[in-house]
Write a protein that binds this ligand. Structure first.
Ligand code: F6R
Length: 238
């Protein structure tokens, strides 16, 4: 594991975009895994700017998203589908047919999760971009998740629902998420963390017991993991 300590959110986003652009330039048809939430917004903004300056090309890029609320219609403003098109996919030259997201509107969630797993097995993820929850979740693998878990329907913790809901926009209590094992099968993982509310999660990632109480700790043994943590998020590290 490589831990890169940076000053703040802006620096985290800049370092992350340099790493992502570096990987993209090594492999034109790279398969990427995308997180949503507040953490990668700066990174996605930098990628859009780099694209507009002609420094990066998404035409061969394929992507899988980590998770989606369930049930959730694609065109709902709260959906991660909408988020990705608003913040990245709709602003760069990625091909619609090259991006794959879990369908929160699927009637049969088991079938949907099996479809996703099959698609990822066919095109393994080269570079997974992750954030981390204050409770240590990666994707929506909440406390109690197994290392062997694959894509499935999960119950969200009360804390996660509260953090992810706006005043008028409550999010569903369940979600479809790649499992811990699905995430671990990515060839390279970059995890971004900003702010002191992430410090416990980052500390459990770097040291201590590896257990489902802090799903993020399962990443520790990954062969190519880069953590970019700002001062707040890294404040419990030595
Ligand atoms: C998002 C995801 C979550 C977030 C995490 C942090 O697709 O899977 O694990 O990365 O909840 O969210 P933010 O970045 O909003 O603090």
């Amino acid at each position: 594991m490589k831990v890169i300590r940076v000053k703040d959110y802006g620096e985290m986003s800049r370092v992350a975009s340099e790493i992502v652009i570096g990987e993209m330039s090594k492999k034109k048809n790279i398969v990427m895994g995308f997180a949503t939430g507040r953490t990668p917004l700066g990174l996605y903004g930098n990628l859009v700017r780099a694209y507009k300056k002609g420094k990066v090309d998404f035409s061969g890029v394929r992507g899988f998203n980590l998770d989606e609320y369930y049930p959730m219609k694609k065109d709902d403003k709260r959906s991660y589908f909408s988020y990705m098109f608003r913040n990245l996919f709709g602003r760069v030259n990625i091909k619609r047919s090259n991006v794959s997201l879990l369908d929160g509107g699927a009637r049969d969630w088991k079938k949907e999760c099996a479809r996703y797993e099959k698609a990822i097995k066919k095109r393994p993820i080269d570079l997974m971009i992750l954030g981390v929850g204050v409770n240590g979740h990666i994707g929506f693998n909440e406390p109690g998740s197994l290392k062997t878990s694959r894509t499935r329907l999960v119950d969200l913790s009360v804390e996660t629902i509260k953090r992810n809901s706006g005043v008028f926009r409550k999010v569903p209590a369940r979600a479809l998420t790649m499992g811990v094992n699905t995430i671990l099968s990515s060839k390279k993982i970059i995890l971004l963390a900003s702010g002191k509310e992430k410090r416990d999660a980052v500390s459990h990632l770097v040291s201590g017991k590896i257990s489902g109480e802090w799903s993020v700790s399962f990443l520790r043994g990954h062969k190519d993991l880069v953590v970019v943590a700002d001062e707040g998020a890294g404040s419990l590290l030595g």
